[in-house]
Design a protein around this ligand. Structure first.
Ligand code: FAD
Length: 308
């Protein structure tokens, strides 16, 4: 019931100002966000590496309509990749990039700017042995994002993308992206979407997730199972076995701060476990989507404010 208003609030500048103005908010946000600085992202990457986890770092930001801001985002990714390399943490690391943060929505030539900026991030990742995965935003951007993915893979075949099981189109997208070398991070989807584009019932989203998993696990790419849902994780593990996959040719992924004990269990079992670690000051949209996913988080947030 709260999902729709929270997702609407995630895009409201007025509510954003209100939430950000509460001094105690930041310490609550810390549960989901590593910190503001490159050094915070590297610190968390180091801690997770010690426990056998892999990482994908997200420099927070989205919906940029300013070319200078898009360029600053590129510079932030270049800086964090270089910092990971100097700490010996870059090999096998990944960065997650929202194309809307690097220019996709700029009024003139947005897609070209986003492609060029994403290409710079790929070059920086390539230089240090890391990979790049394109996050997926609302359904109006899917074709554009997959088009940019195709361009980037011509030069950097290891670039991955997120597909969202709640979209009706995604089973077909999985078929098209299940070939050799492709890396697909399958998630359920976190945005408010119309019925014409997306399944609305949780049960239908879950069924779609399983159908997509079947396609990806049967294919010859590298499936990345991004879910905290115990049923999806169990089904993914069974399908990986059924298709003779080893621990090296698929992985599980979860968000920083969510079900850490399950993250530890998966890593200890020998499967690859990668944690999506957001950092930076632009945490508002990301944080609100986490509240929308789980009403209990809203209670946690409000209690956190009340006790400060
Ligand atoms: P759910 O059915 O939502 O949750 C299953 C269980 O997981 C819940 O019962 C609860 O125990 C736990 N849980 C789930 N969410 C939370 C939470 N916020 N707080 C606490 N517990 C929780 N979405 C996009 O639209 N685009 C992306 O690019 C994208 N990238 C992602 C990358 C990764 C690595 C992951 C893990 C998720 C990503 N998402 C993205 C978010 C995703 O779409 C879902 O909104 C989110 O993962 C919740 O779905 P679920 O599969 O965990 O299942």
């Amino acid at each position: 019931m709260l999902r729709a208003p929270l997702l609407a609030a995630a895009r409201s500048k007025g509510i954003r100002r209100l939430v950000e103005a509460v001094p105690a908010t930041r310490s609550v946000v810390r549960r989901f966000v590593a910190g503001s600085e490159t050094a915070d992202a590297v610190r968390v990457a180091r801690e997770l590496a010690t426990g056998g986890w892999r990482i994908t770092l997200d420099h927070l930001g989205e919906d940029t309509t300013d070319a200078a801001q898009a360029a600053a985002t590129v510079a932030a990714y270049e800086a964090v990749l270089s910092a990971l390399a100097s700490e010996g943490l870059a090999d096998g690391a990944d960065v997650s990039v929202k194309l809307s943060a690097v220019g996709q929505f700029l009024p003139s030539n947005g897609e070209d700017v986003a492609l060029e900026n994403a290409r710079k991030i790929c070059a920086a990742a390539d230089a240090v042995g890391a990979t790049v995965t394109l996050d997926m935003e609302d359904h109006t951007t899917t074709d554009s994002t997959l088009g940019i993915l195709r361009e980037l893979r011509g030069e950097y075949p290891w670039v991955g993308a997120v597909l969202q099981a709640y979209l009706r189109r995604t089973e077909q997208d999985c078929r098209e992206l299940s070939g050799p070398g492709s890396r697909v991070r399958l998630c359920k989807g976190a945005y408010a979407e119309p019925e014409s584009a997306a399944f609305q019932d949780k049960a239908d989203v879950d069924k779609s997730y399983v159908r997509c998993l079947r396609v990806l696990m049967a294919g010859s790419g590298y499936p990345m199972v991004a879910s905290h849902d115990p049923r999806m994780i169990e089904i993914a593990a069974a399908l990986a076995d059924e298709h003779g996959r080893t621990d090296d040719d698929h992985e599980f992924q979860m968000l920083y701060g969510i079900r850490p004990e399950e993250q530890a269990r998966i890593a200890a079992s020998g499967s690859r476990m990668r944690v999506y670690v957001p950092y930076g000051d632009e945490w508002y949209g990301y944080f609100m989507r986490r509240l929308a996913e789980r009403p209990a988080n809203l209670g946690f947030f409000l209690r956190g404010l009340a006790t400060r």
